[in-house]
Design a protein around this ligand. Structure first.
Ligand SMILES: [Mg+2]
Length: 277
């Protein structure tokens, strides 16, 4: 399957595409590819489910890794999650994500709370999350019916040593299974809102946009259903395309390649989607 037309803008996942994992080591060839994209003047932005680094920390880490990026080029789940929670009037949070983000939530106008007083249970990546932490949330979800807000639904992620770790998608599925009267909300990919925000940033039609990710299930299915072109790179979560066997053929990516540097950058007038020579 290959959707026709030209590519005029780029939406990029970060981990597994620009950098390998939480080590922020660049994928070979990605620094040069990114520099050429920036020099081309093509609209682009990064669309990230990152919940381990505050947005300014993330852009600083990427810049030091060789990807100079301004804050307005980052569409991230922490900012979108904060906006969602504050719009709902939810300031007291049972935060089950990474403890290092607690200060960021405080600066964003939220405060930590326990299951008895929280207004939302919020999930993000947390390498030290224990079953007891999930147990502690049960009262809030089941008895008080507070919202369960998952910053993303990735089932697993790669830590700084490249090791697979269960992620918020797995924890959210566990808590959602117990029931409760509150809403179950997903902020980041694969929910559509973050894609719409990214499209606003680049200002092109979805059909003119190429979404590049190492995660076809969590990132590219929605992109494709919204009409974007999609590229699956094998430099992150999946070393081969076997994962596509889990997907309907209609949801397969338009392009599968080893890494970002294999993707041809559109010329000034745009070009059909293809791999670099
Ligand atoms: Mg990724």
């Amino acid at each position: 399957m290959k959707r026709p037309g030209t590519v005029r803008s780029y939406l990029l996942d970060i981990e597994g595409v620009l950098v390998r994992d939480k080590s922020y080591e660049p994928v070979p060839g990605a620094v040069d590819w990114f520099a050429r994209l920036a020099a081309s003047g093509r609209p682009y932005c990064l669309v990230s489910n990152n919940t381990t680094h505050a947005p300014d920390e993330l852009t600083a880490r990427l810049t030091s890794a060789g990807f100079p990026v301004d804050a307005d080029r980052l569409v991230g789940v922490l900012d979108l999650g904060r906006d969602h929670l504050l719009a709902r009037g939810h300031r007291r949070l049972l935060w089950l994500g990474h403890p290092r983000l607690a200060d960021w939530w405080s600066a964003a106008g939220c405060e930590p709370a326990d299951a008895a007083t929280c207004e939302a249970v919020v999930l993000g990546v947390n390498p030290d999350l224990a079953t007891a932490d999930l147990d502690a949330a049960l009262g809030a979800v089941l008895e008080r019916g507070v919202d369960l807000v998952s910053l993303h639904r990735n089932a697993f992620w790669l830590d700084e040593s490249g090791r697979r770790r269960l992620g918020p998608g797995a924890w959210a599925a566990a808590l959602a299974a117990v029931g409760g009267a509150g809403r179950q909300v997903t902020i980041g990919k694969p929910a559509a809102a973050i894609y719409h925000e990214a499209l606003k940033r680049v200002g092109t039609a979805p059909t003119e946009c190429l979404f590049i990710s190492d995660d076809p299930e969590a990132d590219l299915v929605t992109a494709g259903r919204l009409g974007m072109r999609t590229a699956f790179v094998l430099s992150g979560k999946h070393a081969d395309h076997a994962v596509l066997g889990r997907l309907d053929e209609n949801d397969w990516p338009d392009l599968v390649c080893e890494r970002l540097a294999d993707i041809a950058l559109a010329a000034a007038t745009g070009s059909p989607l293809d791999t670099a020579d």
